[in-house]
Write a protein that binds this ligand. Sequence first.
Ligand SMILES: CC(C)(COP(=O)(O)OP(=O)(O)OC[C@H]1O[C@@H](n2cnc3c(N)ncnc32)[C@H](O)[C@@H]1OP(=O)(O)O)[C@@H](O)C(=O)NCCC(=O)NCCS
Length: 393
Amino acid sequence: MKETDTKNIGLRGVKVADTRISDVNGEKGILIYRGSNITDLARSSTYEEVSFLLLNDHLPGKKELEKYRSELVSERGVPEAVLENLRVTPKLAHPMDVLQSTIPFLASFDPQLRMETREANYKKAIRLISKFPTVVAAWDRIRNGFDPVSPNPELSHAGNFLYMLRGTPPDPETARDFDICLILHAEHSLNASTFAGREVASTHAHIYAAVAAAMGALSGELHGGANSEVMKMLLEIGELSRVKTWVSEKLGRGGKIMGMGHAVYHTEDPRATVLRTICEQMAARTGERRWCELSKAIEGATKEEFRKLKGKEIYANVDFYSASVYHMMGIPRDLFTPVFAISRMSGLTAHIIEEKFAEAQPKPELYRPDADYVGTYCGPEACEYVPLEERKS
Ligand SMILES: CC(C)(COP(=O)(O)OP(=O)(O)OC[C@H]1O[C@@H](n2cnc3c(N)ncnc32)[C@H](O)[C@@H]1OP(=O)(O)O)[C@@H](O)C(=O)NCCC(=O)NCCS
């Protein structure tokens, strides 16, 4: 096989698979889920429709949607042992660590765990999509000394999560805004966590193992952890009057402004455009204008300072406005990434299935990149072995 020297560039621009699931046009700022523009989906669809689309390659008809909804609803419950496990978990554990560790635990309860047909994997994907919000909400309640709230079959995927988190159903506007947030985060091609999931799936590991690996990748602040870092920044800056100095000092020190910049988009992330509007609408509806105004000021100051320092543009990404939006919805800061994970479960499981069943390429290959060895070298036959008693340190 021909060697390609692509090291130390974080695989940027290196195509490692075909996919039918989504297309990110980083130059034009367009995101397409299986042929549908994300902006249209955010305007006119629900998360359930989008989730179906990602797993099935077409938007559902009315009957298909009804069936899919009831499948999702019927899988929302989690075994009591999972809740027991959460009860004995140290309360200060980070929610992403708790969630990542719950996934293999859930696997042991899946009656089809070792069945590797597409149909069984589709069912397992539905279980993961449905149970994940229940686990996130239950963990938040348990760590705060409350009992978990059972899922409400009358509510949508989005509305039910907010209900299980707070114990009261959200108003329809908030439920719909949250639904749109879930749509926007549902899929983003071969980002770090999806690649991690596909890489594990390529070894023929089961879907839960692949999802757990992806969750580890998602927890990092350069990926899914960025939205919570954005909120930390908003809280730290606190006042509009402090924005310019804070931003220029941060960038001047070579620091990063979280929620700004993107590895693929070289224009505005289309999800940020929708989220900015949601932020403004929520601010107008609730009268809580502070977070949105602060975000807009930070965005403006970062763009201006970036132009001065680097002579180029930088744009808000999906995490920038989702921080204020989630905060206004009353979602705790350390649940922002788990909420991202709730949404991403549809795209992620769709990718794992695509990888397992070679749905976009003729034959799935086990990922096996290469590295140049730059360590200790004593010659082609290696160094002379030194017995333990003769070693100096
Ligand atoms: C997402 C991210 C890792 C992409 O990084 P990338 O692929 O290296 O981006 P670019 O190649 O366009 O970066 C170009 C330059 O801008 C800088 N830059 C990118 N994002 C920046 C940010 N948010 N704040 C300050 N500088 C930034 C890079 O350090 C780089 O500087 P250099 O040319 O002096 O080396 C980066 O933008 C980042 O760390 N953003 C903040 C974290 C975040 O929001 N992550 C969520 C992504 S959805």
